[in-house]
Design a protein around this ligand. Structure first.
Ligand SMILES: Cc1ncc(COP(=O)(O)O)c(C=O)c1O
Length: 443
């Protein structure tokens, strides 16, 4: 719309001689709901959608088509069991306290409450040399992984286990560390294949040097936990190459095998190369509560000698404002004797689900991996596209799984079954699997 208005022409008095002139102010042309800002081109590189929203979309479509179907989800790795009362009570008390002058608190330290940092350091890293000031409390590991990328910027090269938790790749794409998707994976990412042939540990003699290596143990989705010898090899590989290892230990407490470390800092020299991230999500059912932590050792230094710890502190104080004080009270309760017992009981419950599922798939004749040191079962369907297997299981059993290809090219031919579920649902899922596929279905 053009707007005409009268003006005394203050900008050009000499030319217009202070006469009153007509100036045409032209409003921006109307566009069909767009702004004059171009899209961050990196977002255009991302694949159709983040894996789990796509699964949710397909689940919804199936439910609409079959309104009476009682769908069971073994898909997204979300916890299902109620919080232990001791832990929930601690949060309720903290919340109620906010209504009193003595119990009220506002902004806290962005790095987390001192008592919680101390408790995390003592509980999980006492034997591995990490101190409270190297622990940063956060609203969860996923958020920390994205914030860690802020420190790296767009230039570094990246390696991931293939398959792996999609957030490592997708945040690398968002940051501009990669090229385009080439139909199999993203150009510029080093996909380190982990499959039954290499016991789900990458062949590092063939892996290219990268600046950053994301590594998750126990791995989501394969359920494989790396042994001490394998992690020693990994740390030595990172040290030789001068790479930073971002070690995701979100499922560490699910490890039963005494030969598999629960933190990367059990490996000598890891403090000079590794950042570790971890979470209360799968330990205490905090997926919706939101609480995690990241460890940045003071010994970890960039090429110019500056400490990564200082930059992480800068990220957390600038881009984060501290985890909720109510939730931190819950985290502190988790690390008291009663809370620890409750957490271990919860983990044992999900691990029993995992062994029920694993036994079922094994009995049916499938090749089954994981499930012993992790809440995930990795089931092989050689030669079949994993989205087809996903669709078939949804159609025949009304069960949601996760297609392996969503975790990387080497996930093709597998689906992941999550052990997070009520016992009733897990047993019902087992019944439906057996009914649909029967014994020896895989042969
Ligand atoms: C390997 C891995 N890391 C991190 C996360 C995210 O944890 P949080 O809930 O703390 O954000 C998940 C969640 O499923 C995960 O599987």
């Amino acid at each position: 719309m053009n707007v005409a208005m009268r003006s005394a022409c203050p900008a050009a008095p000499a030319r217009c001689g202070r006469r009153s002139v007509v100036v045409k102010a032209v409003a921006a042309p109307e566009r069909a709901g767009t702004v004059n800002v171009s899209r961050n081109e990196n977002f255009g590189k991302l694949r159709a959608g983040y894996l789990f929203p796509e699964i949710a979309r397909r689940r919804k479509a199936h439910q609409e088509k079959n309104p009476d179907a009682k769908i069971i989800s073994l898909g997204i790795g979300d916890t299902t069991e109620p919080l232990p009362a001791y832990i929930a009570d601690a949060m309720a008390k903290a919340a109620a306290g906010l209504a009193s002058r003595e119990g009220y608190s506002g902004y806290g330290a962005e790095q987390g409450q001192g008592a919680l940092r101390e408790a995390v350091a003592k509980t999980f890293y006492g034997h591995a040399g990490r101190s409270a000031d190297e622990i940063f409390i956060s609203d969860g590991s996923k958020c920390d992984i994205a914030r860690i990328q802020l420190m790296f910027g767009s230039k570094p090269t990246v390696a991931v286990q293939d398959p792996s938790y999609p957030v490592y790749v997708d945040t690398s794409v968002m940051m501009g560390m990669t090229g385009d998707h080439n139909g199999t994976g993203f150009d510029g990412i080093e996909y380190m294949v982990c499959n039954p042939e290499n016991n789900f540990f990458p062949d590092l003699s063939k892996a290219k040097r990268t600046d950053v290596i994301f590594f998750c143990s126990p791995n989501n989705p394969t359920g494989a936990a790396a042994t001490r010898a394998q992690l020693t090899e990994l740390v030595n590989f990172a040290r030789r190459n001068g790479s930073i290892l971002v070690y995701d230990a979100a499922y560490a407490l699910y490890i039963s095998n005494p030969d598999c470390p629960k933190t990367i800092y059990e490996i000598p020299g890891a403090d000079e190369v590794a950042i570790e991230t971890c979470s209360f999500s799968k330990y205490a059912g905090f997926t919706g509560v939101r609480l995690g932590w990241t460890v940045v050792p003071k010994a970890l230094k960039y090429a110019d000698g500056s400490p990564v710890h200082a930059d992480w502190n800068r990220v957390m104080t600038t881009c984060f404002n501290g985890a909720s004080n109510i939730v931190q009270a819950g985290g502190l309760a988790c690390l008291q004797p009663q809370g620890l017992k409750d957490m271990y009981d919860m983990i044992a419950f999900y691990k029993e689900n995992a062994s029920i599922l694993k036994a079922t798939f094994t009995e049916m004749g499938f090749k089954v991996y994981g499930g012993d040191d992790a809440p995930y079962i990795w089931v092989g369907f050689p030669g079949k596209p994993s989205w087809d297997v996903f669709a078939e299981i949804l159609e025949r059993c009304n069960i949601v799984t996760t297609p392996g290809s969503g975790f990387g090219p080497a996930g093709e031919g597998f689906v992941r079954a999550s052990a997070f579920g009520s016992r009733e649902n897990i047993l019902e899922a087992v019944r439906r699997f057996k009914e649909a596929y029967g014994k020896g279905a895989a042969n």
